[in-house]
Design a protein around this ligand. Structure first.
Ligand code: FAD
Ligand code: NAP
Length: 533
């Protein structure tokens, strides 16, 4: 086997996690490089170029905090950054910290084998290069493996097919076209109103309605931006000490039943008018008590009923099969209003699944719906998809995928026992996807970087997770999840959206502040739960 390159650390992925990992590793003097399958940085914001794509956590929060200079010099233009703005931001960071030379673009990592004798990872690319590296960091993303349902006839379709998660660089022109879209999660909710502006006709195929709250999007006022920048330290600390990593959403103090019905509805109304996820943070028990949750859910359903003029369509859009907030809550700009437009139709495929794609459209319930182009807003093989796509094997030639067959198991979402020197950024059983993700990414990267520095300084060859510690962490993760309503929903958090994927609630929902305290405690206890050799 010819070795193309030897590294201290190979990082897979050039999204926010990969770029910050590279910056930290280079700053600490390690020979580190990124391998990225795309031709540029940005990850999520490189791939998701669909109409209307933007973040739904305000950009003053959803941004790196590690460099004061960066957060002072970058000026977000809009409250919620658009995909082009977020991509530019990623490119700016890449340039500012001189990362580009250390990123191998257009190269996919396909295999990684740990060699016990050499105490190294041997890593293979799709260009048949073999790199050996002491450390392997998977910054491969939780929502980076688009999922397209296997409908029969898909190859027969005459028009263009798009997936929101792998959108082409040249924006398709839907003007005068009949467009079909499958999926009403966050990607569908963001893109449907925009596509409806140009399409001659838009047919939305909905299997499950989703709760969505108004984003109340607007340009970012200069005075608000300046005030935030002046007080960034305070806001970042508030975020770190919160449950979901967002400064303005501090833990609530009262139950939904501590107040009268009128007061409760006034609180919901205020949150609805304010926009964003505020409503979910109104009461302590919204995500733990079904009755409390139902008060918020019914409030939103009543809003939908008031906005959508056609009664049948309104009822179809009202979610009834899961508690509000247990699937990723959507934020929208005029989503429900879009169904009042004459060129938009909602087709319910809950009881009559899509049977097949045809030359001219698709068939459900013995009816053929005709359209020119088809958009899949059908989501991702979340949290494990990108990791499992790499054939990762330990010294005994056991693959990580086979170990995760019945669901992923990690220690703190960072390491997997029996896989030395393999690190995951915001992996399963960490709060990553249940938080402002850049905050979680920074915390994880700092942790992993410190772990690697500790290993190096103490002349250890390897670090791995202790199996008992891992089992305890997984049990704790499940206990916390089971004390909430989250597992009740059919969602990608549970792996439910992928046929054949085993059902496990994957994110840690104990909150980012608790989680960071736990991680800090492990460090204080000499990296408790980690084994160094
Ligand atoms: P990614 O950005 O997914 O980057 C992973 C990279 O790894 C990709 O570029 C991929 O090509 C590369 N890669 C994967 N496997 C390989 C391989 N084998 N070889 C080579 N390269 C590989 N989070 C929030 O907190 N707030 C939001 O508002 C928000 N909005 C979102 C909107 C959309 C449309 C989506 C899809 C996600 C959103 N997220 C949001 C989550 C978002 O994914 C994270 O915030 C963050 O961008 C993840 O960064 P990352 O670097 O971990 O992963
Ligand atoms: P998603 O939430 O998983 O939604 C996928 C949609 O496709 C669902 O409505 C699903 O219906 C539908 N679907 C899947 N298979 C289907 C089938 N065979 N027939 C009919 N319908 C089918 O995916 P997403 O919208 O891409 O969002 C994924 C995550 O990315 C979000 O939860 C969020 O974390 C992130 N995101 C964030 C934003 C943002 O606003 N910042 C935007 C986009 C994405 P069922 O519900 O019935 O399965």
């Amino acid at each position: 086997m010819d070795i193309t390159k030897s590294l201290d650390t190979l990082i897979v992925g050039a999204g926010f996690a990969g770029m910050y990992s590279l910056h930290k590793q280079l700053s600490d003097g390690f020979k580190a490089e990124i391998y990225e399958q795309a031709d540029d940085v940005g990850g999520t914001w490189y791939w998701n170029r669909y109409p209307g794509a933007r973040c739904d956590i305000e950009s003053m929060d959803y941004s790196y905090s590690f460099s004061e200079e960066l957060q002072q010099e970058w000026n977000w233009k809009e409250k919620y950054g658009t995909q082009p703005e977020l991509l530019k931001y990623a490119q700016y960071v890449c340039k500012k910290f001189n990362l580009r030379d250390k990123i191998n673009f257009n190269t996919k990592i396909t295999k990684a084998n740990f060699n016990e004798k050499k105490q190294n990872w041997f890593i293979k690319t799709d260009k048949d290069e073999v790199i050996n590296s002491k450390n392997l960091i998977l910054a491969t993303g939780n929502l980076s493996t688009p999922s397209t349902p296997h409908f029969p006839g898909i190859n027969e379709f005459n028009g263009n097919i798009y997936h929101t998660g792998a959108w082409p660089k040249d924006m398709p022109n839907f003007k005068g076209k009949r467009v079909g879209i499958i999926g009403t999660g966050s990607s569908g909710v963001q893109s449907i109103p925009i596509i409806s502006e140009t399409a001659q006709q838009l047919l939305v195929f909905q299997r499950t309605p989703n709760f969505s709250l108004p984003a109340r999007h607007r340009d970012l006022q200069e005075d608000r931006r300046d005030e935030y920048k002046k007080n960034y330290k305070k806001y970042r600390n508030l975020a770190k000490n919160s449950s979901f990593g967002i400064a303005k959403y501090q833990p609530p103090t009262q139950s939904a039943f501590d107040v009268s019905e009128n007061e409760r509805n006034d609180i919901y109304e205020k949150a609805w008018q304010e926009g964003g996820q505020a409503m979910l943070f109104a009461f302590t028990d919204l995500l733990t008590n079904e009755k409390a949750n139902e008060t918020a859910a019914e409030f939103v359903r009543n809003k939908i009923r008031r906005i959508v003029k056609d009664k049948r369509t309104a009822e179809l859009l009202c979610p009834t099969n899961h508690p509000i907030g247990t699937k990723r809550l959507c934020l929208d700009s005029n989503y429900f209003e879009t169904y009042n437009k004459e060129n938009v139709s909602l087709i319910d495929v809950s009881n009559n699944p899509i049977e097949k794609i045809t030359y001219n459209g698709l068939i459900t319930n013995n009816t053929e719906y005709l359209f020119d182009d088809l958009v899949f807003a059908t989501g991702f093989d979340a949290m494990t998809g990108a990791v499992n796509a790499i054939d990762i094997r330990n010294e005994n030639d056991i693959s990580l995928k086979s170990i995760w067959d019945k669901g992923p198991k990690t220690y703190l979402g960072i390491m997997v026992s029996h896989f030395p020197n393999l690190f995951i950024i915001t992996g399963p059983q960490s709060p990553g996807v249940k938080s402002q993700m850049i905050l979680s990414i920074e915390q994880h990267v700092d942790f992993v970087n410190n772990l690697i520095v500790h290993k190096q300084k103490n002349n250890y060859n390897t670090v791995s997770a202790n199996l008992n510690s891992q089992n305890e962490w997984v049990n704790h993760n499940n206990e916390v999840a089971n004390s909430t309503l989250y597992p009740l929903a059919h969602s990608w958090y549970n792996g439910d959206n992928i046929v054949g994927k085993s059902r496990n609630f994957m994110p840690y929902v104990g909150g980012v502040a608790n989680y960071k305290n736990i991680c800090d405690e492990k460090i204080k206890n000499n990296y408790e739960g980690f084994e160094f050799l």
